[in-house]
Ligand binder design. Structure first.
Ligand code: NAD
Length: 485
C-alpha cells in the first residue's frame, strides 16, 4: 500500500503487478468504528477485469504445467505463509470492517481451508467404468474450468479466500478474486502472500470493485464459472450478467436462521450461544446470524431473561480492544437502514422491544454503533421475522410443540442455517432432518469447517463450499471412451 494525498492508497493486484490507478475510479474507504477516512481504494472497471482474466489464463497454463505434487506443496507453502501473517491479516480484517479483533478468526479459517484443499491436489478426482455392450475403456475425469471469478461480500473476504479461492486453486484454476470495495484490505494482502509463497503471478488476481467491476467480471466470456457470495438482490444481477455467456454460477446468499430452544435445553448454554450467534457476532452482520429465536413456551421467560443478561454483559467499543465483543455496523447507510427496520417493526407492532433499538452515543457517537436489539413475542409472518436485517436485531418467537417449531422455522424463504438446543438426541435428529436448511447446528454455533459442506436451501443459494462438494464446484466432468476394437 502506498500514499496519495495523505491517505493510504491500496492497489489492484493483476499478474503480480500492483496497479494504483484504475478505470473504476477511487473509493474512499471509511473505518466504521470512527467514521473517519481510512484508505483510498482504486476500483477495477471493465479494462482491469479484461487484464485480470487474460493474466489468469496465462497463469492457469503455468499452474497446470507444474507436476501435481509441486502444486500441492505450493498450496501448503501458501498456508505456511498465511500462518506467519495471521496477526497481520487479523488486524487488516479489523481495518476492513471494524470487526472486533476478538472475533477476527477468518485468517485462521483461511489457513485451515488452504491446508485442507492442498491435500486434495494429488488425490484422484476421476474414475473409470465398464460400458454396456463393449470392452471399451471409459474414463471419467474432472478438469479445472480454467479461470473462475470469485465475488466476495464485505464481511468475509478472507473466509471466501479460504472456502472458494483455495479449492479453485486446488482444482487447477486461476482466480479473479473480487472483494467488496467496502473491505478490500485483507484480500489484497492475501494476494500478495500468494506471490510471496511462490504461486505463479496472475494465479490469484485481486480486483477490488463495486457493481461496475463485478458486472464486468460476471459477463466476461473468459470467466468459466462464477462463485458469488452476497445478497439475493445482487445474486439476481450476477446471474443475469452471467447468462450472457451461459456461465454457471454458485450462489452463497443470506439467511434468516431459526434458533430453536427446546424446553429440555441447557438454558445457560443456549442463551450464551444464542447471544453470540444472534446480535453479537459481527453485530449481526453474518449470513449465519441466528436472527429468529424460537423459544418453547415452558422456558420462554427464563430463557429470555438469561439471554438479555448475556447481551447486556457484552463489552461494546473499540474493535482493537481484545475484550470487546460487539462493534459497529459497516456504514452510515447500513445504520440508517437498520434503524428504519427497528422503527418499522415498532410501528407495526411486530413484537415488543425488549432491549436496544437506538444508536450508541458518547465516545462511540462518531462510529456506526447500534445497540444490540431484541424484539420478543414476534409474529413470524412480520417483515421483521421474514427479511434479512443484516444487523444486530433479533426476534424471539414462542412455540408450544416440536411440530410448530419446525413449521415456524421452515416458514421462511431462506434456508441457510438452523440451530437446535436440546438434550434429547432423538429430538435433535428428527428435528434436524425436518428443517429446510443447508446446515443444522445442534447445541453449538455455526462452526464452518473445511471438511463440512456449507450452503443454502431455497433463496439462501445453491452450490456448496467445503469438503469434496466444495472442490467439485471448481471441476468439470469429462467422459473419455477408448474403443478396444
Ligand atoms: P452484496 O450483495 O451487496 O455484495 C456482494 C458482492 O457483490 C460485493 O463484492 C459487491 O461489490 C458485489 N456486487 C455488487 N453489485 C454487483 C453487480 N451488479 N455485479 C457483480 N457484483 C456485484 O452483499 P454484501 O453487503 O457485501 O454482503 C452481505 C450479504 O452477503 C448478506 O446477504 C449476507 O447474508 C451474505 N453473505 C452470505 C454468506 C454465505 O456464505 N452464504 C457469507 C457472507 C455473507
Amino acid at each position: 500500500m502506498g500514499w496519495r494525498g495523505g491517505g493510504i492508497v491500496t492497489a489492484l493486484l493483476i499478474g503480480g503487478e500492483r496497479i494504483t490507478t484504475a478505470s473504476g475510479g477511487d473509493y474512499q474507504h471509511i473505518y466504521p468504528a470512527t467514521g473517519q477516512p481510512n484508505a483510498v481504494v482504486p476500483l477495477a472497471g471493465a479494462s482491469e477485469i479484461e487484464r485480470a482474466v487474460a493474466s489468469g489464463w496465462q497463469a492457469h497454463k503455468a499452474w497446470m504445467a507444474l507436476p501435481v505434487d509441486r502444486r500441492r506443496d505450493l498450496l501448503i507453502d501458501l498456508a505456511d505463509v498465511v500462518h506467519e501473517h495471521l496477526d497481520e491479516l487479523a488486524l487488516l480484517n479489523v481495518q476492513d470492517y471494524a470487526v472486533p479483533v476478538s472475533y477476527a478468526g477468518t485468517a485462521l479459517m483461511l489457513e485451515r481451508f488452504l491446508r485442507h484443499f492442498a491435500g486434495y491436489v494429488d488425490k484422484p478426482h476421476g474414475s473409470s467404468t465398464p460400458v454396456q455392450g463393449s470392452f471399451d475403456v471409459n474414463l471419467i475425469e474432472r478438469e479445472p474450468y480454467g479461470v473462475v471469478g470469485v465475488i466476495a461480500p464485505w464481511n468475509g473476504a478472507l473466509a471466501v479466500a479460504g472456502s472458494c479461492v483455495a479449492p479453485a486453486l486446488a482444482a487447477g484454476n486461476a482466480v479473479v478474486f473480487k472483494p467488496s470495495e467496502l473491505a478490500p484490505l485483507a484480500a489484497l494482502r492475501f494476494g500478495e502472500l500468494c506471490l510471496a509463497a511462490g504461486l505463479p503471478p496472475g494465479l490469484v488476481n485481486v480486483v477490488p470493485a463495486g457493481a461496475e467491476g463485478g458486472d464486468a467480471l460476471a459477463r466476461h466470456p473468459g470467466i468459466r464459472k462464477i462463485h458469488f457470495t452476497g445478497g439475493g438482490e445482487t445474486a439476481r444481477k450476477v446471474i443475469t450478467a452471467a447468462t450472457t455467456n451461459l456461465t454457471p454460477v454458485v450462489a452463497e446468499l443470506g439467511g434468516k436462521s431459526a434458533n430453536i430452544v427446546f424446553g429440555d435445553a441447557d438454558l445457560q448454554t443456549a442463551a450464551a450461544l444464542s447471544a453470540h450467534q444472534g446480535p453479537l457476532m459481527q453485530s449481526g452482520q453474518s449470513c449465519a446470524c441466528a436472527s429468529r429465536i424460537l423459544a418453547h413456551d415452558s422456558v420462554y421467560d427464563e430463557f429470555v431473561d438469561i439471554f438479555l443478561a448475556r447481551i447486556a454483559a457484552a463489552k461494546i467499543g473499540d474493535p482493537l480492544d481484545p475484550a470487546v465483543s460487539f462493534g459497529p455496523v459497516i456504514s452510515q447507510a447500513a445504520l440508517d437502514r437498520i434503524l428504519a427496520v427497528i422503527a418499522d417493526a415498532d410501528n407495526r407492532g411486530s413484537g415488543e422491544l425488549l432491549t436496544g433499538g437506538g444508536r450508541l452515543g458518547g465516545e462511540l457517537a462518531q462510529g456506526y454503533y447500534l445497540e444490540p436489539t431484541v424484539f420478543g413475542g414476534v409474529d413470524n409472518s412480520s417483515d421483521l421475522a421474514q427479511t434479512e436485517t443484516f444487523g444486530p436485531v433479533v426476534s424471539v418467537i414462542r412455540f408450544t410443540d416440536d411440530d410448530q417449531a419446525v413449521s415456524i422455522a421452515n416458514d421462511s424463504r431462506y434456508g441457510l442455517n438452523a440451530f437446535v438446543h436440546t438434550r434429547d438426541l432423538v429430538r435433535a435428529h428428527s428435528v434436524a432432518r425436518r428443517l429446510e436448511s443447508g446446515s443444522v447446528w445442534v447445541n453449538q454455533i455455526s462452526q464452518i469447517s473445511p471438511q463440512g459442506p456449507y450452503g443454502g436451501y431455497k433463496q439462501s443459494g445453491f452450490g456448496r463450499t467445503g469438503g469434496l462438494e466444495g472442490l467439485y464446484e471448481f471441476l468439470q466432468v469429462k467422459n473419455i471412451r477408448i474403443g478396444m476394437g
